[in-house]
Every structure is written in C-alpha cells, then in structure tokens.
Design a protein around this ligand. Structure first.
Ligand code: PEP
Ligand code: MN
Length: 337
C-alpha cells in the first residue's frame, strides 16, 4: 500500500501519517519526489487502514498495490530507478557493460583481463571469487585472495567490481571489497541470503533463477528491498527449456516485461544463456534492442586456458567488436553508450 501525500505537505503532516501507519502495524519507507512525498506502507494491505488514512486532509490518495511484489513494482515507484556505483550510473540512459572472466584465477591473469576490459569499453569488472560449481571437484574460486586481486584491479583500472556471494560467510567478506554483490541463478530463492543482502549497503545484482518465473524473480528482489536495500539490479541469464544446443534459453521477453512491472534496472547476461561465445554478440545486441539497461559478459584473454566457462568467454578482440556493434544498436533505440 502507498500513501500519496498532497503536493507541498508539511513535514509534521508527513510524520503524522508515518506515525499512524506504524500504529496500524506497517513498516514505512518514505520517497521524497520533486512535487510530492510518497510513503510506502510495508505489510499486508488493509482496507480499513486505507479508509482511515484517506480522510486525513494532507493525504491525496492511498493506493493498494495489486501485485504480490510491492516495493519492486512500478505502482509503488513509477519512475525508473538509477543509482551511482563509483561514478557509473546504473539504470540511466547509458548502457553499462560489466565484463571480465568467470572466475578470478590469479593476480597476473586477472589484472591483464581487467586492463583489457577497461581499454575496450567495459565500465564494471566482473569476477568470481566464490564459485558455485556443479561438480565439487571443479575449481571453487580463490575466495578472499580472489577478492583482494579484484580490489587491486579496481585500483589499477578505476573500474568498480562485481562478485558473487553464496552464503552468510561470503557476504560478510565480499562486502568489504566489492562494489556490487551478485546473487547467482542457483541462489535466487535462498531467502536467508536475500534477507541478509537486504541489510547490506552494497547494490545487489540479482540473477534470475534458471527455473524461476518472472514473478518469482521479482519476489526475490522484494526480499532484498523489504530489508531496506533499494539498490537492486535484475539480471536475466537464461532459463531451462527443452533446448540443448544452448546452455540455457535467453528469455528476451523477460526484459520488457520486467521493465514494465518494475522500476529496477534490468541487465542481461548473454554468456551463461548461450554457453558458447559465438552467440554472445547477437544475444547482447538483441538484449539492448529489447530495452536492457546493461550487460554482464564473460571476457577472458585466453579462453582456452580458463578454469571455468572458457567456451562462452569472448576474447578481448571479440569483445571490442561487440562493443562497436552495441553502440549502433543503442543509438538506434535511443540509448547512450
Ligand atoms: C556467473 O556469473 O559466473 C554465474 C555463475 O552465473 P549464473 O549464476 O547465472 O550461472
Ligand atoms: Mn561463469
């Protein structure tokens, strides 16, 4: 439920409404817009509460949000969410490319990859320090050492860093180093993890679960927002279908739908969708054409030597070629690059 205050409502009036909502058992979240203040009432909507508030002269209207996700929805916040991460605007007019290797494999290789990403137009560095591998015998990541290497790469390139967290332990450590915390597809419905991320001060890149509906994905974002963290980036990364030629099926329809239902920025990861570098560029172009606010792409200077996801990683040269094409598509759909 949201309470829309009259334009120019006084601070005391806003506080009176907030107090009333708290007395009715709601949590509150205030958004101060250019013309008016909106108070989000967090909790199950109550028809009698709507009536009680609507009689207050300082209240313009009370809207019960029909979607199961509340703070995530466009009804709650009609204008798009944009925020700054070390000087990079996420969710603005400009398309943002996050790129780098699947995993941090060592200092020298990672710094080289980071420098290539920067030189070729990536604005945020990706890299996994805690890797959720299907096999317990595969490379599991360098953990804190990997995070230190990423921080060093940020020092050298000036690019912010995004990395995946798996559990309570990795959130605590990664939050000390990273600028954006990533929730992988396998953890999209790890509700305790989502709750914990609701209490961090780092933006969260939330991948869609490989078998999750769009609504379940948005409900996962609601978990994070309901904890007080409003800087969530949605990321479509392909879903499970009967198709076997690709690793997953990129659900491009999720891009315009998530942007219609939610004000949050929507990114696309074409690498984990395709599973093969050859299809990463066409899927990226299609994602931007469909309205994506940015991309998360795997780039490795020597994909054949990668410890994870080499077959879907672009070489720096291929990455440059993709960036050139992306500029044209972005311009074609009225976005900046
Ligand atoms: C990743 O980005 O490296 C990753 C593991 O992605 P996903 O969770 O989408 O499989
Ligand atoms: Mn990967």
């Amino acid at each position: 439920m949201i309470v829309v205050m009259n334009p120019g409502a006084a601070e005391e009036e806003i506080q009176e409404v907030e107090q009333r909502l708290q007395n009715l058992g709601f949590g509150i979240h205030r958004s101060t817009g250019e013309n008016r203040t909106i108070i989000g009432a967090i909790g199950a909507p109550k028809e009698d509460a709507k009536e009680a508030l609507e009689v207050m002269p300082c209240v313009e209207k009370v809207v019960i949000i029909s979607q199961p996700f509340k703070m995530v929805s466009r009804e709650y916040k009609p204008e798009r969410t944009a925020f700054d991460v070390r000087g990079v605007t996420i969710g603005g007019e400009k398309i943002v490319v996050m790129a780098g290797p699947c995993a941090v494999e060592g200092a020298e290789a990672y710094i080289l990859a980071a420098e290539e990403v920067k030189k070729r137009g990536g604005e945020i560095l990706r890299g996994g320090a805690y890797k959720p591998r299907t096999s317990p015998y595969s490379f599991q990541g360098l953990e804190e050492e990997g995070l230190k290497i990423m921080a060093e790469a940020r020092e050298k390139t000036g690019l912010p860093i995004v990395t995946e967290v798996l559990d309570h332990y990795s959130v605590e450590i990664a939050a000390r180093y990273a600028d954006i915390l990533q929730v992988g597809t396998r953890n999209m419905q790890n509700f305790r993890l989502l709750r914990e991320l609701g209490h961090t001060d780092k933006p969260v890149l939330l991948k869609r679960g490989m078998s999750a509906t769009i609504e379940e994905w948005l409900m996962a974002a609601e978990y994070i927002m309901s904890g007080g963290n409003h800087r969530v980036i949605l990321c479509e990364r392909g879903i499970r279908t009967f198709e076997t030629l690709t690793r997953n099926t990129l659900d491009l329809s999720a891009v315009p739908i998530a942007r219609e239902l939610s004000h949050l920025p929507v990114f696309v990861d074409p690498s984990h969708a395709a599973g093969n570098w050859k299809w990463v560029t066409p899927l990226s172009l299609a994602a931007v054409a469909a309205g994506a606010d940015g991309l998360l792409v795997e780039v490795h200077p020597r994909p054949q030597e990668a410890l994870s996801d080499g077959p879907q990683s672009l070489t720096p040269d291929k990455f440059s070629q993709m960036i050139e094409l992306l500029k044209r598509v972005a311009e074609g759909v009225g976005r900046k690059f």
